[in-house]
Design a protein around this ligand. Structure first.
Ligand code: SAM
Length: 331
């Protein structure tokens, strides 16, 4: 192929010039010839010595497992473009048609993402009180415990025993940014502590409750790992704890059932305190149903509410979103 031949000492300057001109051929290794360097080019370039040369092709690193996985052509279009990466574990949602190729898909993921050690497929929807799902082993190590890094904290957890979604990292950071150093925070559905441990870096005190004993076990470990000694882990049903203290900020990250716990949340927040409520809403009307429930519970308790912010957190299902509503309670 066509090449530009330049003395070694000019090589870097010429390389940049060829890039600027858009003529440097991609995917080839440059060649050395004594005191000269040869750059492969896509066409003639004025002002340089041009020669014919053969170049070695560079192996491009694949960006996605989809580039390396071997599956029949008729199902290739069904390969998901995204997967959840939690520490060294990857979890992928495969349609029925792709399940027979689960092993090949898992191995392709391991090949492309070198830091991943185990790959699982989602085996069910998130369900039950603990909000966990079944997992189907695809490839790599048969382990579900891992260490995940997020927002500058380390979280140890078992993806088969507790709820955890890396897709909420941005939302957690948003709440962190709103938090003040003098605040008492109540994380009603704390899981392994992605909110509680993060907010503890800023807040005075964080009460973190969960009904799943595994979640609390990992939360305790995460408190140690992050020296978050101002987090108070509470194992049990939040209904038994609510109202026992007054928080400045309450987090209700149980989108499926948060509406059932509004009374407990409002009884646990001080006058003027803020509640971060999460739910699911249809695309055409994301917030109305939740707002109505919030107003109804406040009315029953003789409190006022001021809505402070509403947003889509992430897509949840076709035309459904995980939403957040921030509101202030006036007592
Ligand atoms: C959607 S997860 C959220 C966990 C965590 N906040 C996170 O972001 O990873 C909801 C959590 O609420 C807990 N939970 C469900 N019902 C509860 C209750 N009545 N009292 C306390 N915790 C509860 C579940 O065990 C689960 O860990």
């Amino acid at each position: 192929m066509l090449a530009v031949k330049v003395p070694k000492r000019e090589a870097e300057k010429v390389r940049r010039k060829l890039i600027d001109l858009g003529v440097l051929a991609k995917g080839y290794a440059v060649k050395r010839e004594g005191e000269f360097i040869l750059f492969p080019v896509t066409g003639p370039v004025e002002g340089f010595e041009l020669v014919e040369a053969e170049f070695e092709r560079l192996e491009r690193k694949p960006h996605s497992y989809r580039e390396v996985v071997e599956v029949p052509d008729e199902v290739r279009g069904l390969l998901p473009s995204s997967l959840d990466i939690i520490g060294e574990v990857a979890i992928i949602e495969l349609p029925e048609e792709l399940m027979p190729y689960g092993k090949a898909i898992g191995e392709a993921i391991l090949k492309v993402h070198r830091h991943i050690k185990a790959v699982f497929a989602k085996g069910s929807k998130i369900s039950g009180e603990y909000r966990v799902r079944e997992l189907i082993y695809l490839a790599g190590e048969r382990r579900t415990e891992t260490l995940h890094r997020e927002n500058g904290i380390r979280l140890k957890l078992d993806v088969a025993k507790v709820y955890f979604s890396p897709r909420l990292a941005t939302e957690r950071m948003r709440i962190f940014e709103k938090t003040h150093p003098w605040e008492v925070v109540f994380d009603m559905f704390a899981g392994v502590g992605p909110y509680a441990v993060l907010l503890a870096k800023k807040a005075k005190l964080v009460f973190a409750c969960d009904i799943n004993p595994w979640a609390i076990r990992y939360l305790e470990e995460n408190i140690r790992l992050n020296q978050a000694d101002n987090v108070v882990p509470i194992l049990g049903d939040v209904r038994k704890v609510a109202g026992k203290f007054e928080a400045d900020r309450v987090i209700m990250n149980l989108p499926k059932f948060a509406d059932r716990f509004l009374r407990e949340a409002m009884l646990s927040v001080r006058d003027g305190g803020v509640i971060h409520y999460y739910g699911f809403g249809p695309e055409e009307d994301l917030f109305s149903e939740h707002e109505a429930k919030i107003k109804a519970v406040a009315r029953e308790l003789g409190f006022g509410v001021e809505f402070r912010g509403e947003r889509k957190v992430r897509p949840y299902a076709p035309r459904q979103f995980n939403i957040a509503i921030d509101f202030q309670v006036l007592k």
